[in-house]
Ligand binder design. Structure first.
Ligand code: F3S
Length: 756
């Protein structure tokens, strides 16, 4: 038999050949049973079934038990995931797992100082993560090594693989044909513990690409357009599968950007068929053996002919215009030619204050090359950026390579400030000084998300999303009603000139420069490694298990808050300065719901305490209820919990005494996270019933003793005047998820199972 091929150069003991053999065998069983053409999404997902002989495979309906190939975690979510893994008491991770330090670095004055400051400020968190990585056998990428998704693409992603990651933009690995799915930390803990991972069989949305990208149109514009079509929840429960002749015109990192932003429409993930662009990237990143294996496995890495999609979208790339999406939501899509009109009509600030390039979405070598080509034109005409202009390279490898190739020099020559290889302003890690909080202003970014307050904590910042080359052009123009395809810029002598179409090679002609090695491999035996958690710490706190269900219905619970409108995980558990407390459940709970809008008074973080009648902050009110042993619920609107895999958005309500979230509808990852932590995610059988519940009511949830899949529960609303309204509420819990509820959490259930 042929020799093994490690999945990555850091994991000599893994074998991709075996993984492919397993997938092939599993697929043979699946094919026999389904006996129809398969989409690529089905091949990858069903190819990882734990029980292909018996699993039910109905898209949009069945729960699948899957065996992912790997787990990736970023430092903000890894803390809680690792704390849960520690409390499960398992000596070693059962599948290859990595931790990436990228979220905790605040952008302020530039890469070097910012990184140094972060290493000092976050020392105990980094020590904890690095010691647990060593102890439990995980790869550890130190601060400065890069953003999780870029590092995964450069080193770990492979065609046909199934990965889960504790970050919502995990689908970035689509660039290499992987089905990579964002999950909460508790899901990651299951997989790390060697348990199968559960996912509702996704529907498949096909996007057929024809033609070829032209002029200013970039891969990012494909997904910005798709976001406009699907809206922020149109992809829920579905995998987006791209196919058709147009795919060949997109680079590997371009496909990664598309997969990455697919998270913004709620898609489970995105897949692309294996092609030469992936092969080129694998070669450029020293994975010739992986490419050779994929070449031989290609029939399983493409959809079958005549595969049927649940929905089909057609895009002719030759006609695609660049898009700018925003403000405040990533699906408000404006074709560039219509943007100026929308800006003036809506009264959005036309002057751009800051242009930001980078984030996991757009920080590849190709992206930086295209930005360089815009910067070069500025230099040729003797002009500089009119706005502040920041650049975050995606990884140390990208940074070192663009430095070597003189790209950084040109960016700085037009006024660019290079930040650390990290998330920075994308996750609110931005010590912004140029605009005071509360002042209305516009920024434009090459990021993937633009919810209010996300970047700088200022609710009045209008944040717009675009491709990096377009962001660079906007930096030169300084105005949001600019269109580089039709509007001239003015050079140093007052003469007008048109920007030429940006161009940029996908891969560096001289190869990548790996830069500084910031990887820490786990020792062969980590059992003696001591975990570093200081009991006095205000940033790390070992977990106490949640109490199991007491066997009774919930009676007369208070409504902590009735939320109106968008309630993303950012509203429930804000990031920015709060990222600091991600490993300390008690401390971080002080941010619970502080961004959510109270339907009663239209205000954030001001709710009426039912016990005292006084208005106060949400976290303090929840603590008062907890102290009084008064259970509470939250009433949510549509697509509650959209945004990220942040499990703190489920842990905090559970920790502060919440028992249920009752919403019009839920975002997928968050709904699962609630189930995992022993909270009841319920939806109104009739979404209009949302209006029948008032913040001053009490609610009872009845029928819990008969809790069963597909069985509705009864929500009795007790009005202050003594009247009662009885409503039907639904849940999507299956048998094993109901077990989690009864045990108090999925983790409690896992411990029960391990004890046998
Ligand atoms: Fe980081 Fe922003 Fe991506 S927070 S992982 S760069 S979406």
């Amino acid at each position: 038999t042929a020799a093994g091929v490690p999945m990555s150069r850091f994991e000599p003991n893994t074998d991709l050949r075996k993984a492919y053999e397993r997938m092939e065998k599993t697929l043979a069983v699946v094919r026999k049973r389904l006996n129809r053409p398969l989409t690529l999404a089905e091949k990858i997902v069903y190819g990882h079934l734990d029980d292909p002989e018996t699993a039910e495979m109905v898209r949009g309906k069945s729960y699948l038990k899957l065996r992912p190939d790997r787990v990736a975690m970023q430092d903000a979510t890894a803390q809680m995931a690792t704390l849960q893994f520690v409390s499960a008491g398992i000596p070693h991770v059962q599948v290859p797992t990595t931790i990436h330090c990228d979220h905790l670095i605040t952008a302020q004055s530039g890469a070097r100082e910012d990184l140094e400051r972060a290493i000092n400020q976050n020392k105990e968190v980094y020590d904890f993560l690095s010691s647990s990585a060593a102890k439990y056998g995980m790869g550890f990428w130190r601060p400065g090594s890069g953003i999780i998704h870029q590092v995964v693409l450069e080193n770990y992603a492979f065609p046909g693989g199934l990965m889960i990651g504790t970050d919502s933009h995990t689908p970035n690995a689509a660039g290499l044909g992987m089905a990579a799915i964002g999950v909460g930390g508790a899901d990651a803990v299951d997989v790390m513990a060697g348990l199968p991972w559960e996912l509702k069989a996704p529907k498949v949305i096909g996007v057929r690409l024809t033609g070829e990208l032209r002029n200013w149109a970039s891969p990012k514009d494909i997904i910005l357009k798709v976001a406009g079509i699907l809206t922020v929840k149109g992809g829920t429960g579905a995998i987006i599968e791209y196919f058709g002749p147009g795919v060949e015109s997109i680079s590997c990192t371009g496909m990664a950007s598309i997969g990455n932003l697919g998270a913004e429409v709620g898609a489970t993930t995105t897949v692309f068929p294996y092609n030469r662009r992936m092969r080129d990237y694998l070669h450029a990143t020293q994975r010739q053996a992986v490419a050779a294996l994929a070449d031989g496995f290609v029939e399983h890495l493409r959809p079958d002919e005549n595969a049927v999609y649940d929905r089909l979208i057609d895009i002719n790339l030759s006609e695609l215009e660049p898009y700018v999406n925003g403000p405040f939501t990533p699906d408000l899509a404006h074709p560039l030619s219509k943007l100026g009109e929308a800006v003036h009509k809506n009264g959005w600030p036309v002057e751009i204050t800051v242009s930001l390039i980078g984030s996991c979405n757009n920080s590849s070598y190709e992206d930086m090359k295209k930005v360089e080509s815009v910067c070069q034109q500025a230099l040729d005409h003797g002009i500089k950026a009119k706005t502040m202009f920041t650049v975050t390279p995606g990884s140390e490898q990208v940074r070192a390579t663009i430095e070597r190739d003189g790209i950084i020099e040109k960016m700085t020559a037009v006024g660019g400030l290079v930040l650390a290889n990290a998330c920075g302003p994308c996750i609110g890690q931005w010590n912004r000084k140029d605009v005071p909080k509360g002042e209305k202003n516009t920024i434009i970014t090459s990021f993937n998300r633009n919810f209010a307050q996300r970047n700088d904590g200022n609710p009045m910042t209008h944040s717009f999303l675009a491709s990096p080359e377009l962001v660079a052009a906007f930096a030169l123009a300084g105005r949001l009603d600019f269109n580089p395809a039709t509007d001239p810029l003015t050079d140093k002598d007052g003469k007008q000139f048109m920007l030429k179409n940006p161009h940029g090679e996908e891969l560096p002609a001289r190869g990548f420069d790996p830069g500084q090695n910031l990887f820490q491999a786990p020792p062969p035996d980590g059992s003696q490694v001591e975990l570093k958690v200081n009991p006095q710490s205000d940033r790390l706190q070992l977990l106490q298990p949640f109490a199991p269900w007491d066997g009774r219905d919930i009676e007369r619970a208070a409504i902590l808050i009735k939320v109106r409108g968008k309630c993303t995980t950012d509203h429930i558990s804000m990031a920015g300065p709060w990222l600091k407390y991600r490993g300390h459940l008690d401390n971080i709970s002080n941010n619970m719901f502080i961004g959510a809008i109270n339907a009663e008074n239209g205000k954030a973080n001001e709710v009426r305490n039912l016990l005292t009648g006084e208005y106060g902050p949400v976290p303090a009110t929840a603590r008062a209820y907890k102290e009084a042993q008064l259970p509470w619920v939250v009433i949510g609107d549509d697509n509650y919990g959209e945004g990220s895999s942040r499990e703190h958005a489920a842990l905090e309500p559970r920790y502060l005494g919440g028992v249920a979230i009752i919403a019009r509808s839920f975002a997928r990852i968050h709904e699962t996270n609630l189930k995992k932590q022993g909270m009841l995610p319920l939806t109104f059988a009739d979404p209009a019933d949302y209006d029948k519940v008032d913040p001053a009511d009490r609610v009872s949830i009845r029928g819990l003793a008969q809790l069963a899949p597909n069985q509705p529960l009864t929500l009795v609303v007790h009005k202050p005047d003594g009247k009662e309204v009885s409503l039907s509420v639904q849940h999507t819990m299956n048998e094993s998820q109901i077990e989690w509820y009864k045990a108090g959490s999925a983790l409690n259930k896992m411990k029960e199972n391990l004890r046998g």
